[in-house]
Design a protein. Structure first.
Length: 376
């Protein structure tokens, strides 16, 4: 099984915190999409004919695409790739794009799952993040999507903003649960270097982010989602039984995937490949020079080991010692058992049979624990 990710690098406006590759100008959208379609054809051998079980349109804002643009993408994918009949097709969408006309079009397309960037139902919160929608649109977009038959849906929330009190965070979670959204992705607001938010905070024009607020609200999140019957199946992701994201799960399981579009990444277990994060150079390379503008890194045994540890530890199932032994040898298994011992004593890691996973407390320290297990 394998997946395909398509990066649509366009947005109506820039969110203050975002460090993904995107453009707020749609001037060259046609050229970028033409280049993406050409790349899809040129890269058809990357997955070696494997069945495609997931397709994910991310960005950027894929919900900016019109019917003809979406149809062109799916026509190329279905012509060149071995796509399963039950393929999961996810499209990321902003609430302000999900009007009746857009939802009617999406419901008639191969898209069968929406991932909606809600982020918050609190007006002040949305303004702090410079989101394009308001609180009313956030709520209405989810209801409207359900009315159009989209029940396999994910929605994002962000916590740890200085404008979000614990009471308001509880309200955000309760609102999402009241809407019966089956998959909820929640992220702590992080101030990435060179983002608008980083610049505004450094100039004293925006309130700074406090890590202790994020940690407290993450704990609230784990408790509330657990009480509501959601699986905390990955650090940032919660799902009702049977509603996990198949596409994102493939990343954490180490399955093959192909990334198409500027800045998109691909992985085939032996190497990692990434496209140039520049719309102009991306289109020039494909449309004028007939080449995919990408770089490739061949992964060493240590790279593959560290990647497995990092991704597996973030999941509910954790690190599988049998898999470690099979792929990396018995010495690697013994090494992990030795290195996690202090974290088990501290109550941050647990071992059940051949599985090593984070406890609820340990999930607050996931990155640090993973790095302590890395091979240099």
């Amino acid at each position: 099984m394998a997946g395909i990710y398509l990066h649509i690098p366009f947005c109506k406006q820039a969110c203050n915190y975002c460090n993904f590759h995107f453009s707020t100008s749609l001037k060259h959208k046609n050229d970028v999409l033409a280049a993406l379609l050409k790349e899809a054809e040129m890269q058809k051998g990357y997955l070696a004919g494997q069945e495609i079980h997931t397709i994910y349109l991310g960005g950027g804002t894929p919900s900016l695409l019109d019917e003809a643009e979406l149809n062109a993408i799916f026509e190329v994918l279905y012509r060149h790739y071995n796509i399963r009949p039950d393929v999961e097709v996810t499209l990321e969408a902003n609430p302000d794009d999900l009007n009746d006309a857009k939802l009617t079009m999406l419901a008639a397309s191969p898209v069968n799952r929406l991932s909606v960037g809600i982020q918050s139902f609190i007006e002040e919160d949305l303004q702090y993040m410079n989101r394009a929608h308001n609180a009313g649109e956030a709520y209405d977009s989810l209801k409207r999507a359900q009315d159009h038959g989209f029940h396999n849906m994910s929605a994002d929330l962000i916590y740890g903003t200085p404008t979000l009190s614990d009471t308001q965070w509880q309200q955000n979670m309760d609102t999402m649960l009241g809407l019966q959204i089956p998959h909820i992705s929640c992220y702590a607001l992080t101030v990435e270097d060179k983002t608008v938010l980083d610049n505004l905070i450094s100039k004293g024009k925006m309130q700074p982010v406090h890590p202790e607020d994020a940690a407290r609200q993450f704990t609230m999140l784990m408790e509330r989602m657990g009480d509501a019957g959601y699986e905390h199946y990955e650090i940032s992701n919660f799902a009702l039984p049977g509603k996990r994201s198949r596409h994102n799960s493939s990343y954490w399981q180490g399955l093959h995937y192909l990334g198409l579009g500027p800045s998109a990444h691909s992985f085939n277990t032996a190497s990692r490949q990434w496209n140039i994060a520049n719309n102009g150079l991306y289109t020039k390379a494909l449309l004028e020079e007939n080449r995919v503008p990408s770089e490739t890194e061949v992964l060493s045994d240590n790279d593959r080991y560290n990647e497995y540890v990092m991704t597996a530890l973030r999941t509910l199932e954790g690190i599988d010692l049998n898999r470690v032994s099979q792929q990396f040898g018995a010495a690697a298994t013994a090494e992990i058992i030795e290195l996690v011992a202090p974290f088990i004593t501290e109550g941050k890691v647990q071992q059940k049979g051949q599985a090593i996973s984070l406890t609820r407390e340990g999930k607050l320290f996931a990155d640090g624990i993973a790095s302590a297990l890395f091979r240099v």
